[in-house]
Design a protein around this ligand. Structure first.
Ligand SMILES: Cc1ncc(COP(=O)(O)O)c(C=O)c1O
Length: 464
């Protein structure tokens, strides 16, 4: 039987030429590729990836954008997907399929208070579904009439589409893509290191949470339907709100009947040392969105999970002319990929059987301790993190907290890569402050891996 496995056989120089000639790479200045050579990753095993030139790296980014949470080379995921693809690769989400039903059941068990899941295929799309639910209810539900606005927090990111960008608080990601949609309003971030209120915790009255209420009052509470938040801000610089923050936000949501949407696209599935990021803060969201780690990025899949009481609002009578349009009239072609759901089920099994949430918590604590030791070095202004998710903010002056330049940041990144470790950074996010290095290794990371990562960062700074 002839199978096209041609992608496993290639000529190196032909591929390098092809990459330069045809590929429009994501979120990097394209001009760079005219002279420099783009890294082409060809293999992965555990936390190690190999590039087309045969160089090996310890990948502290779980595949560049934090998705490959169980590490590379998982044969069991490949086998689960293979078996499902042979049996049934796809049928639209208008019908049911076995891995989807099983996976939804597993998720609901882990999401107390939420009872229904909606499948789609990217984090942006999962958030878009949540926004559409809010918007539709603001038109059709007498109890939520006119509550169409969605609030978001500065420095949070919720995706790449125009709607998801409208709900994102990163100026560089948004620049030149406007005009954005009406009904999306930002409020200040929750980063103590750069407190927008000029205060210091704990003598700050948690202004960053209280200003959420001011924003609602300015907008008109009768117009605000939801707030979307990353439990811990990821791409905006690894920001952990203080413990009091989310209970205040939750109370304000209850006061004005505003849905709390938690974007778990990055934080979900153990990244922060609890299964969900919001569990770090003991809050109860009304909707939860997830992607990246869902199927460990072996296959694309995203989910929007909602409380039963939200779903129930869409249970209209199709035979009633007044009601018949009041169901969620939405579809996502690739929300029907059964192979992706098999990958998600197997990912969940690995997370549970290998105790990866626990490993994230324990090894993550060790990681943070090690990173804190870097605070003695010049340039290291702040270290923050939770679980296997951490960031180091670089400054040229520790007192004034003036960030280093992007060029200087790139030099440090290059130095760390030269040590054989791939780390991430805030990229085209925050004007003048894309100087936060971030780390999100696979949840299988060992103390040895952490030692290697921290040693590489230290060497990268020393060589600066
Ligand atoms: C918190 C968060 N939400 C949503 C998204 C968008 O996900 P996707 O790129 O799959 O659309 C991202 C992407 O990085 C993210 O970090």
């Amino acid at each position: 039987m002839a199978v096209n496995t041609d992608t496993l056989n290639y000529d190196v120089e032909e591929m390098v030429r092809g990459d330069r000639a045809y590929i429009w790479h994501h979120i990097k200045p394209h001009k760079l590729y005219e002279h420099g050579e783009q890294m082409i990753i060809v293999e992965g095993d555990g936390l190690t990836v190999k590039d087309i030139r045969g160089r090996e790296y310890l990948d502290a980014t779980s595949g560049g954008v934090w998705g490959v949470i169980v590490g590379f080379g998982r044969e069991s995921i490949a086998k689960a997907v293979y078996a499902q693809l042979k049996t049934l690769p796809y049928y639209a989400g208008t019908a049911g399929n076995i891995p989807g039903i099983k996976y939804a059941g597993e998720l609901v068990e882990r999401l107390p208070g939420l009872g229904k899941v909606y499948f789609s295929n990217s984090g942006s799309e999962a958030n878009e579904k949540a926004f559409k639910i809010v918007r539709q209810l603001s038109n059709m539900d007498p109890a939520r009439k006119g509550k169409y606005k969605i609030l978001y927090r500065d420095r949070d990111y919720h995706g790449t589409t125009i709607t998801a960008l409208s709900a994102s608080g990163q100026d560089e990601r948004k620049q030149d893509f406007g005009p954005f949609l009406d009904g999306f309003t930002g409020f200040p971030h929750a980063l103590c290191y750069r407190c927008g209120f000029g205060k210091s915790y704990p003598d700050c009255n948690i202004e960053c949470a209280r200003c959420f209420e001011d924003t609602i009052l300015r907008e008109g509470p009768e117009t605000v339907g939801a707030v979307i938040l990353e439990p811990i801000t990821a791409g905006g610089g690894i920001i952990l709100p203080v413990d009091e923050y989310y209970p205040i936000i939750q109370e304000i949501c209850h006061k004005y009947d505003i849905y709390l949407i938690m974007d778990e696209v990055v934080c979900g599935f153990g990244r922060t040392g609890t299964f969900w990021g919001f569990q770090q803060y003991g809050v109860q969201p009304d909707m939860v969105t997830m992607a990246k780690g869902v199927a460990a990025s072996y296959m694309p899949l995203s989910v929007t999970a909602v409380k039963d009481e939200i779903y129930d609002k869409f249970l209209c009578n199709p035979g009633d002319d007044c009601e018949r349009m009041n169901y969620f009239r939405d579809i996502s072609t690739y929300g029907g990929c059964a192979g992706a759901m098999s990958a998600a089920l197997e990912t969940l099994r690995i997370i549970e059987d290998e105790h990866l949430v626990e490993n994230s918590r324990v090894t993550g604590a060790y990681f943070l301790d090690c990173l804190h030791s870097l605070m003695e070095m010049p340039l290291v202004g702040d270290v923050r993190g939770r679980g296997l998710f951490a960031g180091v903010e670089f400054v040229k002056d520790k007192k004034t907290r003036t960030p280093i330049t992007e060029g200087e940041m790139d030099r440090i990144m290059g130095n760390v890569a030269a040590e054989g470790v791939l780390v991430g950074k805030t990229t085209s996010s925050l004007p003048g402050n894309n100087t936060i290095m971030n780390f999100a290794p696979a949840l299988t990371a060992s103390k040895n891996d952490i030692d290697r990562i921290v040693a590489a960062v230290k060497a990268g700074i020393e060589k600066f």
